[in-house]
Design a protein around this ligand. Structure first.
Ligand SMILES: [Zn+2]
Ligand SMILES: [Zn+2]
Length: 371
């Protein structure tokens, strides 16, 4: 397959600035990164293609060579480029991490540098779950959440270095943070520069690491927080606590704590968003004569008037007796479905009354057939 033009791949014109090239690559890399497109070989191909194009065009020397010779400059017999097979995925991922810093912190370079000027990383987000009963959902509640998180190491204050131990210049790169590689190619010798692996490009290393955190700059701690949960939440809602996740390594910024809401379900009520449904049995005489009954509500109890002549299966709606909507937008309703209960055992008194009744009301039965 003929290789596509690097400028076309990145969607920039031949006079694009280094900034435009990086910006375009960032957009494509984010869209096609394998982590965001698992199992999608076409996305992987596009990710590699974009990374290769970026890797060549971001370097002024390689870009000039490419402008002059096209892909021939990167043929296997040419300079030490990607060849006709293209870049491999591992290299592409490394370039993505190296130049864009991965998904986190990509838009803010300062996030990747800690207080100590030594390679740091952002802390992870943490998740905690709270399961609420329907009553708690209806009334709102406060919950204590106990969790473990990584916090800044007390011993070293997050630097990862032993007390009194200064950072020293990295021996591999002499403090410049960069390492030079000289390559011999058809076009002559030329040098490429890449970030130093030992110091992560920071130019400084720690000689003795902190004995408490072993150089990570953070340690585990148990914490408890009180979480106020407003009335009306549902399973799947979450409450974020910015900065309450793990501390970053060596002074990196902390992640967030995300409290996820679950519902335990209710033995009596069936929830339908903000409405609740309750099934209630009433007697034949209550249905026929009408009555007032007391029934449970999501918070407390309510009275329900059964009009005379109520049929089985009828649903009554008690407005505003359901679950509150978030942000004070009223409440749902409580629906009450009545079922006329047929007695299974009769006393002799009941039996004779039913017999008397039966002789009277049988003639009023509706005819058979569809209603
Ligand atoms: Zn420490
Ligand atoms: Zn170094």
């Amino acid at each position: 397959m003929a290789k596509r033009d690097y400028y076309d791949i990145l969607g920039v014109d031949r006079s694009a600035s280094a900034e435009e090239i990086k910006k375009s690559y960032r957009g494509l890399a984010l869209e096609f990164h394998p982590d965001r497109n698992p199992g999608n070989t076409e996305a992987e191909r596009k990710f590699k293609e974009a990374t290769e194009a970026y890797e060549v065009l971001k370097d002024p020397e390689e870009r000039a060579r490419y402008d002059r010779f096209g892909h021939a400059a990167s043929a296997p017999s040419g300079f030490d480029g990607f060849g006709s097979g293209g870049i491999d995925l591992g290299d592409a991922l490394r370039i993505f991490m190296r130049d864009l810093g991965g998904f986190g912190g990509m838009f803010d370079e300062s996030r990747t540098r800690g207080a100590a000027g030594w390679a740091s990383s952002s802390g992870e987000d943490l998740r905690a779950r709270v399961a609420l009963t329907l009553k708690e959902v209806a009334a709102g509640t406060e919950k204590k959440i106990r969790f473990k998180r990584m916090v800044v190491c007390k011993e070293c204050g997050g630097t990862g270095a032993e007390k009194g131990e200064a950072l020293r210049s990295c021996p591999d790169c002499g403090g410049s943070g960069q390492v030079q590689h000289v390559r011999q190619t058809l076009f002559g010798r030329y040098a490429t520069v890449s970030p130093c692996r030992r110091c992560g490009g920071m130019g400084k290393v720690i000689e003795k690491t902190c004995p408490v955190c072993r150089g990570k700059g953070r340690m585990e701690k148990r914490e408890t927080i009180n979480v106020k949960i407003p009335a009306g939440v549902s399973a799947g809602n979450y409450i974020p606590f910015p900065g309450k996740g793990n501390a970053g390594e060596r002074g990196g910024p902390p992640g967030d704590l995300i409290v996820m809401i679950d519902e335990t379900g209710d033995p009596v009520f069936e929830r339908h968003e903000h409405d609740v449904l309750l099934d209630v049995a009433i007697t034949m005489s209550q249905a026929a004569l009408g009555s007032e009954i007391e029934i449970p509500a999501v918070t407390g109890r309510v009275k329900l008037r059964i009009p005379k002549g109520t049929e089985t299966g009828r649903i009554f709606r008690l407005r505003g007796k359901g679950i509150p909507r978030l942000h004070g937008r009223g409440s749902g309703d409580q629906l009450v479905r009545v079922r006329i209960w047929t007695p299974q055992k009769l006393s002799s008194k009941q039996k004779s009354l039913y017999e008397e009744l039966g002789a009277l009301d049988a003639k009023d039965l509706p005819p058979v057939g569809k209603e």
